[in-house]
Write a protein that binds this ligand. Structure first.
Ligand code: NA7
Length: 565
């Protein structure tokens, strides 16, 4: 399905399998406490599982995934909050590397819900027999590069030690929960939860008074569901947000058939456009059409639902004037939907361009404010002062509640990486090296951290993209690079400070072609975590452009990297 040159067959695989037999023998003989392995991968989500499969089954290498959770799934293992779903359409939110997998898996809904995605990822783990090489309930404790052996020494909280040639982080971009440092949380006598660390047994909201703090994608998904169960919901909004209706529906038999029959075309579209979605951004300016035609186009796409709205015109994210037109349309819709004018005003009082912060896709979010049991609090006017034993105290009032839900997002892109104790050359710690913001080359490698790869790391399209195609592109690139090293008997791959600086300039330059950096309080910049350095982190040039850059780097003999034997 993919035109990638890593394949399941060929003599190369056999060569490596023989090599690994020797590896295993060596391990058995020495019975060393340190297990020798070709690669350690951290995280068993979409990235880690495909990386394991690629190294093990395509290259015949020994590899192990370390996963802190008690099951596979990564983001979809942890994010079980009410209403959790993906806002990429199901036929695009899947792997495309195996035609058999594409053909056998049946999605049921347009936007898959968390349990269905988790079932899919478990199916993948079973189908490709990944489980024997995934260590669940195992947190990586430290990873240190040993300059005398050019190998990574990796320890876990279970006391295991691995010596690995390659160390690959597949920890996800949105996996480090951001519980705000609001005073008094320990005093609260009720229960509180962060949406990214939701209890697996679920939360019963029946008859409860609930506070939801946060109106990003997560809050917007959770609020309608919580409101349908709870006695009362108080939503604490700091920043009003644009949101597009999802128009969820069950998939018809015809659509399922179409998606399978056109899988190659769908994959082609996803990998040759900006956002990795199964549709292209229209090649027309918002000012190429008359006001009436534009209104009609927006109306149709609003009814259709989903991110296609954002793709209606090519300049929505590059021209403030064009963006204003889209923004005004959505603000008009909010006012049409929300019956109480003062609440509509609050929801439509949006201080940033449409889609310059991650635009949510919702299921009757704005309609929820027409319910009698939902109130909206404007934190810009009355900020939260503290959490008390009884609830949430703002500057003018104490709100008594039984449950507080923090839908306050993540320490995105870098949080999970700097939390781990990763030490490269010259005992340089990743968290110190990134203290002024992340530095990577292509989002794939960090200067001074040889043989370490970061799947969808900062500096790659990652969160600006539908993730699975971005993940497949990254894993394929890493796998091809490792294949190259093994074939040429190379021991070390390393990028340089110059490459890191060059790439950050590229990341800044392509971001500056858009309106994205104009939002100063966005998590794309790290601004949602107090004290975090503010550097634009994802690559905004789009998946197709980024893939071409990566392929050119390979074609030029891995330009920007250095190898050593
Ligand atoms: P987001 O998009 O970071 O949203 C977090 C929300 O929480 C947002 O409304 C924040 O307001 C609000 N927030 C954060 N800290 C506070 C404090 N201290 N007080 C009040 N409100 C606060 O996270 P999500 O989980 O919704 O979405 C993350 C991604 O997950 C999403 O884009 C998808 O890719 C999946 P703010 O806007 O900062 O004023």
């Amino acid at each position: 399905m993919q035109s990638d040159d890593v394949s399941f067959s060929g003599s190369y695989k056999l060569f490596l399998i023989n090599k690994n037999k020797n590896h295993s023998r060596k391990r058995d003989n020495t019975m060393s406490a340190v297990q020798q392995i070709d690669a350690i991968i951290v995280g068993a989500g979409f990235s880690g599982m495909y990386q394991l499969l690629s190294l093990r089954d395509k290259l015949g290498m020994s590899a192990k995934v370390l996963e802190a959770g008690s099951g596979v799934g990564g983001t979809w293992f942890w994010n079980r909050y009410p209403g959790a779903r993906c806002d990429s359409e199901s036929h695009s939110y899947m792997y495309y590397f195996s035609k058999e997998l594409v053909n056998e898996w049946e999605w049921t809904e347009r936007y898959p819900q968390q349990p269905e995605i988790l079932r899919y990822l478990n199916h993948v783990a079973d189908k490709f027999k990944l489980r024997p090489d995934i260590e669940l309930n195992t947190r990586m404790q430290s990873a240190k590069f040993d300059e005398s052996t050019n190998r990574w020494l990796i320890t876990t909280d279970k006391g295991q030690q691995y010596s690995a040639k390659y160390f690959i982080t597949a920890v996800g971009c949105l996996s480090s929960a951001n519980v705000p440092k609001i005073e008094g949380i320990p005093d609260f006598k009720g229960k509180w939860y962060h949406t990214g660390e939701w209890p697996h047994e679920g939360v019963d909201f029946t008859g409860k008074r609930v506070a939801v703090i946060g109106t990003g994608s997560t809050g917007i998904q959770a609020i309608p569901v919580i409101a349908s169960q709870a006695a009362h919901v108080t939503v604490f909004q700091r920043t009003a947000n644009f949101s597009l209706p999802a128009r969820h529906h069950k998939l018809s038999a015809d659509f399922k058939k179409y998606a399978k029959e056109h899988a190659d075309d769908i994959y082609e579209i996803m990998t040759t456009n900006t956002n990795g979605h199964p549709f292209h951004i229209q090649n027309r300016s918002i000012f190429d059409v008359s006001d009436d035609d534009r209104e009609q186009i927006f109306e149709e796409l609003w009814e259709q639902g989903g991110f296609q709205f954002r793709a209606a015109f090519k300049d929505i994210l590059t021209s403030q004037k064009a963006n204003d037109k889209a923004a005004q349309f959505i603000q008009k819709k909010i006012r049409e939907v929300v019956k109480k004018p003062e609440v509509a005003d609050l929801l439509a009082d949006i201080d940033h361009p449409f889609a310059a912060k991650r635009p949510p896709v919702d299921d009757h979010y704005f309609e929820t404010y027409n319910r009698d049991n939902v109130d909206l609090i404007n934190l810009r006017k009355t900020p939260i002062e503290r959490i008390t034993a009884k609830g949430v105290k703002t500057s003018d009032k104490e709100y008594e509640v039984d449950i507080i839900v923090f839908a306050t997002g993540f320490d995105a892109l870098t949080g999970s990486l700097v939390k781990m104790d990763i030490e490269g050359r010259n005992h340089r710690k990743l968290k110190d090296y990134w203290s002024a913001g992340p530095r990577t080359y292509l989002g794939l490698q960090v200067p001074g951290f040889p043989n370490m790869f970061t799947v969808t790391g900062p500096g790659s399209p990652s969160v600006l993209c539908n993730m699975p195609p971005a993940i497949e592109q990254h894993v394929n690139w890493i796998t091809n690079c490792i294949k190259h090293m093994e074939e040429k008997n190379l021991n070390v791959i390393e990028t340089s400070e110059e490459s890191g600086d060059y790439w950050q300039q590229q990341v800044n330059a392509v971001a500056n072609e858009t309106l994205l950096p104009t939002v100063k309080h966005s998590w794309y910049l790290g601004a949602n975590v107090p004290g975090k350095p503010q550097v634009f982190m994802p690559y905004a040039g789009g998946l197709a452009r980024y893939t071409k850059v990566c392929n050119d780097v390979t074609a030029k003999g891995y330009e920007g990297f250095k190898f050593a034997s």
